[in-house]
Design a protein around this ligand. Structure first.
Ligand code: GLA
Length: 601
């Protein structure tokens, strides 16, 4: 069952187009939304993992939480304080989890009883929200990856099974009922790293499991079982919170992009990791960025791609690498990625705090329309991203130098669907005006520099919005065919903006079409129209016109009638929803596209 937010998301995103196509200001355009999704904008907060791994304690966490307040970061939106791995000591016979009181002294209630409620109360008293961590299998990541940690679960094999497998309702009651957490990160090493041949399993330390997740091999993973487990946890979490009179918790799925998680997780969670763990290196940051950047069609209010926590302040993003740190922050903001700080804020220098706390960059990340940026161009080390904002005729544009040499880049505002005349650009980091000459912006970029611009102007073609500009309106209903040899290193993205599912360009004549919506065979998307548009036009690509299908408010449209060789032109006046379905035929390794897919108002 899809979570109720799927339905809410459609109505929530309906307001978006009003700002885009109408004259009304965003403030007057959006009706009150009583069923606002959990995490209408991406979560912001702090998690200890990148700074401390399992060597962390309550005092360190609370000092960092205090810093969120003292440094003014919570006022900018950084509100979730999330516990990561290491907080548990064992699972008791009665099924409850005993908290590690050496790590969380306040959890010691005496007489062997433990509770994270005092910790959560402290966090809440600071005006912040609290997040907890678990694993969807029997065991946790530290048990597989940090064998020398001083903070591993203790006791018998069964007592060390602190993951939620077979314990979902009880754990959910503990986390959201008794303890009052607002957010949960649910890891998956228990499904991946305890196979019968794992060393620790062979040594008798842990019970064998699966594996249900085989890293880098979605086809070898038990995708349905993994998804069903997360779906069940989501239900247990929501019902435990409801029973305690608390709002739905935010759910963060951490399967590192494996088991096709980024294709299905939007049904059961607010955010999902699209990649392995980030490390504090430029290469790792870019790799994680790419995994989320290809998935704009899956994000929107209440649903966010998660390329992992911020490394700003750490390693190649520390005080000696402010160019890289600003790029990292800019890219996460363009992706509408969760902004989870994971550096020690008690030690972070001012320059790093200023980057994390840049109001204008945060405003892009938190933009209410929830359109993730789409990739407009990638040539060599240069990459261009564009994100439609909730302000009429305004977009954020990132010009990225991924390489280690200086690079001059030019952006033609017409490629962002602005008229050449009258477009104005501002540098988001400095606030300075950036000259637009004959519709072009030219910037000289240092190695690894990103120029983040806010551009406004008149639309190039008033009354026309490309679907590519408003990905928050897309809901992926069916991901269709999947090649058996897909892997994380060669990602197959069933619905990909500006490219085919395998990442190759949609060529129209000599050009590649950045506005195309690439679709896997048999895949299906819905586009929320909210009665705002008159016509849908597109050129089906890669197959015969008669094999593509279009539904308007659920009713099939005969494409033959109004279609010409140039494409389809469908009446969508006063329709709420448009469904686009790709042909059934599997054309090996490629997929189909709706080229120049656009809505006319
Ligand atoms: C996994 C996750 C990390 C972190 C560790 C904890 O690797 O991806 O973000 O939570 O587990 O062990």
């Amino acid at each position: 069952m899809p979570k109720p937010d799927m339905i809410r998301r459609i109505s929530a995103s309906c307001a978006i187009a009003m700002a885009l196509v109408g004259a009304a200001s965003p403030a007057t355009a959006r009706p009150a939304d009583p069923a606002a999704p959990v995490l209408r904008t991406p979560p912001m907060g702090w998690d200890p993992w990148n700074a401390f791994r399992t060597v962390v304690d309550e005092a360190k966490i609370l000092r960092n939480a205090e810093q969120l307040n003292t440094l003014g970061l919570s006022a900018l939106g950084y509100r979730y304080v999330i516990i990561d791995d290491g907080w548990w000591v064992k699972r008791r016979q009665d099924g409850s989890i005993q908290v590690r009181t050496t790590m969380f002294p306040s959890a010691d209630l005496g007489g062997g009883r433990t509770s994270l409620r005092p910790f959560v109360d402290r966090v809440h008293a600071m005006g912040l929200k609290a997040g907890i961590y678990t694993d969807i299998g029997r065991n946790a990541c530290s048990q597989a990856w940090d064998p020398d940690s001083p903070n591993l679960p203790a006791g018998s094999v069964r007592e060390r099974e602190i993951g939620s497998f077979d314990h979902q309702p009880g754990d959910a009651r503990q986390f959201f009922g008794e303890w009052g957490f607002d957010y949960i990160k649910i890891d998956a090493c228990g499904l991946a790293d305890f196979a019968p041949d794992a060393k620790a399993v062979q040594a008798g330390q842990y019970r064998a499991f699966g594996p249900w997740v085989v890293r880098d091999q979605p086809a070898a993973s038990r995708v349905d079982r993994v998804a069903a487990l997360y779906a069940a946890f989501g239900r247990a979490a929501r019902s435990a919170a409801a029973a305690a009179g608390r709002p739905d918790p935010a759910i963060s799925i951490c399967v590192w992009g494996e088991a096709d998680v980024a294709d299905w997780a939007h049904q059961y969670s607010e955010l999902w990791r699209t990649s392995p763990d980030i490390r504090p290196t430029w290469a790792s940051m870019l790799k994680n960025f790419d995994t989320a950047a290809s998935r704009a069609a899956f994000a929107g209010p209440g649903n966010w791609n998660d390329p992992d926590m911020l490394e700003v302040g750490n390693g190649e993003f520390d005080r000696d690498h402010l160019v890289e740190a600003r790029s990292h922050m800019s890219l996460w903001a363009m992706l509408a990625a969760p902004l989870i700080i994971s550096t020690d804020l008690t030690k972070a220098p001012r320059a790093i705090i200023d980057i994390l706390g840049n109001r204008d960059v945060i405003a892009i990340d938190q933009d209410r329309a929830g359109n993730q940026a789409t990739v407009l161009d990638r040539r060599g080390d240069g990459q261009v991203l564009v994100r439609t904002l909730d302000m009429p005729n305004t977009k954020a544009v990132a010009l990225i130098n991924r390489g280690n040499r200086p690079l001059t880049m030019t952006f033609d505002v017409r490629d962002g669907h602005f008229a050449a005349e009258g477009a104005v650009a501002r540098d988001v980091w400095t606030g300075a005006a950036v000259p637009v000459s004959q519709g072009r912006v030219q910037v000289a970029l240092a190695p690894r520099e990103t120029r983040l611009l806010r551009i406004s102007g008149q639309p190039l073609d008033p009354g026309t919005v490309f679907v590519q500009e408003i990905p928050a309106r897309i809901s992926v209903r069916d991901t269709g065919f999947k090649p058996a040899d897909r892997s994380l290193s060669r990602p197959w993205v069933p619905v990909r903006i500006g490219a085919l599912p395998d990442g190759s360009p949609v060529r129209v004549g000599e050009q590649s079409d950045a506005t195309a919506v690439g679709m896997a065979p048999q895949s299906r998307i819905s586009i929320a129209l909210d009665g705002r548009f008159r016509r849908f036009q597109a050129e089906p690509w890669g197959g015969k016109l008669r094999d593509f299908r279009v539904l308007v408010d659920g009713r099939p449209v005969a494409l033959g009638g109004r279609a010409s060789r140039a494409g389809v032109d469908v009446d969508v006046s006063s329709a709420a929803r448009l469904d686009l379905i790709a042909p059934r035929m599997v054309n090996p390794g490629r997929g189909y596209a709706w080229s120049r897919a656009r809505l006319i108002s």
